[in-house]
Design a protein around this ligand. Structure first.
Ligand SMILES: Nc1ncnc2c1ncn2[C@@H]1O[C@H](COP(=O)(O)OP(=O)(O)OP(=O)(O)O)[C@@H](O)[C@H]1O
Ligand SMILES: [Mg+2]
Length: 321
């Protein structure tokens, strides 16, 4: 049984201007311990996919179609209370802004102890020991002392580490990290990536790392899923996707990203911009920006699977589909 199985997820926002199809038929499967990088331009539906899994959609956002199974359990069947119990315990989220996780008016120790005791029947001393260990694991120096500090007393990078420590408190089976390093400078970003990578390997957690930056996920993820206009247009093993992109959008992303293995290659931006979710072209949403598009692309491309690789394109690169 897979850890997470998202099957044909449609998440919509009913607005006065019309229905926004933020996630438009996403399917994704994660095995225990697997790291998937979910990449794509702004507005492609990455965060809303994550929020849908965590049951964190705010109205008017709603799952209109599809199923999300976690360890075989349909998440739609959970009561709000069961969902809260699952969230933060078996599934945790790390946000771009650590203050989505942290309370500014409580010390780190107080909120970590509260979090532990909300999910586990343990003494305060035990909860505190867990909190201290969690801070130590993410590389916070002098963790025992730092428990007394408030969020604003940490630097941006250290604050994100604290938020990560909170997310890892119960050694969840799945972490969804939504651009947690985007706001940080490159050096700090690299440090946090390596901390998370180490922890995931040690603890055997599965991870969905959301990023608009292919370069960030290239060194981290086992698999890459590329989103465009609410759909996964290509998915496969990281090296395979980066070395042999089949979808022209993926190829465009690769060509516009400085990757470790192609030093010296001139970078090329993808022309045009992503369509408005209120006004997506019929058929392949990427066609208006695609050098390979033909008349057939006015129709919806189905999914082609080859081995553990899949894509949605009438004109895949690198050979016949
Ligand atoms: N509360 C909302 N109301 C209406 N539309 C929304 C809402 N939240 C998100 N959307 C729309 O859903 C689509 C997907 O948004 P999402 O936040 O998932 O994109 P993303 O891929 O995470 O982008 P980014 O890289 O900018 O974070 C976007 O078109 C966005 O405008
Ligand atoms: Mg987002």
């Amino acid at each position: 049984m897979s850890l997470l199985h998202i099957d044909n997820l449609h998440t919509v926002f009913d607005t006065a201007a019309g229905t926004i199809r933020a996630v438009d038929g996403v399917s994704l499967t994660l095995e225990p311990g697997q790291i998937v990088g979910l990449v794509g331009e702004s507005g492609s539906g990455k965060s809303i996919t994550g929020f849908s899994v965590l049951g964190l959609l705010d109205p008017p956002g709603r799952v209109a179609e599809g199923r999300i199974l976690f360890k075989g359990r349909d998440l739609a069947s959970l009561s709000p209370r069961e969902f809260r119990a699952l969230r933060g315990d078996r599934i945790a989220m790390i946000f771009q802004d650590p203050m989505m996780t942290l309370n500014p008016v409580l010390s780190i120790g107080t909120q970590m102890v509260e979090t532990v005791q909300a999910h586990r029947k343990v003494s305060k001393a035990e909860a505190r020991a867990r909190a201290r260990d969690a801070l130590g694991r993410v590389g916070i120096p002098r963790p025992e002392e730092r428990l007394a500090a408030y969020p604003h007393e940490f630097s941006g990078g250290m604050r994100q580490r604290v938020a990560i420590a909170m997310a890892l408190l119960h050694e969840p089976d799945l972490i969804i990290a939504d651009e947690p390093t985007t706001a940080l400078d490159v050096t700090i970003q690299a440090q946090i990536l390596s901390v998370v990578q180490g922890l995931v390997a040690d603890m055997g957690m599965a991870l969905i790392w959301i990023s608009h930056d292919l370069g960030v996920v290239a060194g981290l993820a086992d698999r890459i899923a590329v989103m465009y206009a609410g759909r996964i247009v290509e998915e496969g093993a990281t090296d395979d996707v980066l070395d042999r992109p089949r979808h022209p959008y993926t190829a465009g992303l690769v060509a516009s990203t400085p990757l470790a293995n192609d030093r010296g290659q001139p970078l090329r931006q993808i022309r045009g911009t992503a369509p408005s979710p209120l006004n997506r072209p019929a058929g392949c949403a990427f066609a208006p920006r695609c050098d390979h598009a033909t008349e057939v692309c006015g129709q919806e491309p189905g999914e082609t699977a080859q081995g553990d690789r899949r894509w949605r394109c009438f004109h895949p690169l690198g050979g016949q589909a």
